[in-house]
Design a protein. Structure first.
Length: 425
RNA sequence: GUGCCCAUAGUUCAAUUGGCGGAACGUCUGACUGUGGAUCAGAAGGAUGUGGGUUCGAGACCCACUGGGCACCCCA
């Protein structure tokens, strides 16, 4: 093969089979979002770099964003996340929108990172948020949506779990341990890394940060305390609602969940595959109370989460949870017997399309075996033949490819015969 | 950005201590001039990822690059 210009690193070509999976995921996300009353929206793919400067976190902005200068000299970013765009859109129309506002979106994002399993530089992400309410009940609704999604795609609580924590609770506990406010960011990172490091190495890291032995021990018992949530009124109310929504079996308290984004202020959560296939978060989110003010709006709090298509795609594919998807839209191929019969063939195809069937014609006259094979390879269910014999009697031959049976019927009956084949398939 | 592993036909893989690059599946043609899948026969398909080096001779050994995988980092 001659040299083909390769795709941009980290992007994926979606051939029809992969596109069918992406569309299926989109439709599943849509169904779950809409079942809770969320409205679909979309933001620009290009945004000013300044939009992310405020709160997205330095790593994300400075190292992972695609930034370029446009012809007018402005610094433009290919969006690495959606929440700042959402904040702007809401801030711009804050006076006329109806709150609490429930919105969802599914679109492309870009992050410049090292390629590895579960990560690509161009990915699709589901975002869903509720703005204008600051309550544990609102937090619970978003967690419940995440759980319903997992249930809808067929993941059981034994396969996937949502881990929940609360930053305010952790702040209070850090306070109790005498950890000064300026050190809490580092301690949060320390907590975040615990599952990724050897125990001894982790303790060494804790000492480096400046934790005393007593503080370290306090922190360790804190992180091992599965009942800690009971000290948080927010989490207590959250779990109560989750039980009422019948998703509690998907959700579990975990004081180790902190999350990297700076703008989270209260409840945070992440879903993981717990069968061990992929160790990355399937989805993650939480409560943010200051985001709108940061982009110039009036203070308004929100809660939401995001799910990338890559990790969930790997997990569902490995567990065999992606249903068989139809890649071929046409169910019928009308063969072209000869050049002379081409106009009549096209007329037949047009008639059937107007009656509602999805019909492809062979684009030229060719041997019938070739045309039958074409229909078979593309996954069509019926093949029609209009040859000299049929033309003479005003009939059409309809073959059911799956059963291998065929009938020759009058032209007015073709639609009904094809429909019978399709419904029986 | 750091470290380790990998790269041979469209795909999955062979090729002995360095000695003329093969197979299966897939594709195409025919057996079958009005019928797909199954079977049989035949054919096409490769500058062994790119560029250097060692050697009489490199798919194999050495270096760099590109692409991919895994771990770190970060995160969806």
């Amino acid at each position: 093969m001659k040299a083909v210009i390769p795709p941009v690193k980290g992007t994926r070509d979606f051939y029809p089979p992969q596109m069918a999976v992406r569309t299926w995921l989109y439709q599943t996300v849509r169904r779950v979002s809409e079942s809770f009353g969320y409205q679909e929206y979309e933001a620009p793919i290009l945004e000013p770099l300044a939009l992310y400067a405020a709160k997205s976190g330095e790593e994300l902005v400075k190292k992972q964003s695609y930034v370029f200068t446009d012809r007018g000299g402005d610094e433009i970013t290919l969006r690495p996340e959606l929440t700042p765009s959402l904040a702007r859109m809401v801030a711009q129309k804050q006076g006329e929108l109806v709150f609490p506002l429930r919105w969802w979106s599914f679109g492309p994002f870009w992050r410049y990172e090292k390629m590895q399993r579960g990560r690509s530089r161009e990915f699709f992400q589901w975002n869903i948020d509720m703005l204008g309410v600051n309550s544990p009940e609102a937090d619970a609704e978003l967690v419940a949506i995440a759980a319903e999604f997992l249930r809808t795609v067929g993941l059981t609580p034994a396969q996937a779990r949502i881990f929940v924590n609360n930053r305010r609770l952790m702040e209070a506990e850090f306070e109790r341990l005498g950890i000064p406010p300026e050190k809490r960011g580092e301690v949060a990172t320390l907590v975040d890394r615990r599952s990724k490091m050897e125990a001894a190495e982790w303790e060494e890291y804790a000492t480096e940060i400046g934790l005393s032995g007593a503080q370290l021990n306090g922190l360790k018992s804190l992180l091992a305390n599965e009942a800690l949530w009971q000290q948080s009124e927010e989490l207590t109310r959250l779990f109560e609602v989750l039980r009422a929504l019948d998703v509690a079996d998907y959700v579990q308290f975990d004081p180790n969940i902190m999350r990297g984004l700076l703008y989270y202020t209260g409840t945070v959560f992440e879903a993981f595959d717990i069968t061990g296939g992929v160790r990355r978060a399937i989805l993650g989110g939480g409560r943010y109370d200051n985001l709108l003010a940061d982009v110039g709006g009036d203070p308004l709090s929100g809660v939401g989460f995001a799910m990338g298509d890559v990790v969930i795609g790997i997990i569902l594919s490995e567990l065999g949870l992606i249903p068989p998807l139809r890649v071929q839209p046409a169910s019928v191929l009308v063969t072209v017997f000869s050049s002379e019969l081409l106009p009549e063939t096209l007329r037949l195809a047009a008639e059937l399309r107007r009656s509602g069937l999805f019909v492809a014609t062979y684009p030229e006259s060719a041997k019938l075996p070739k045309q039958f094979k074409y229909a078979d390879r593309l996954g069509m269910q019926a093949v029609l033949v209009l040859g000299p014999d049929e033309l003479a009697t005003g009939q059409v031959t309809v073959k059911d490819l799956k059963r291998g049976q065929q009938v020759t019927v009058s032209r007015t009956e073709v639609y009904a015969v094809v429909m019978k084949i399709l419904t029986e398939a």
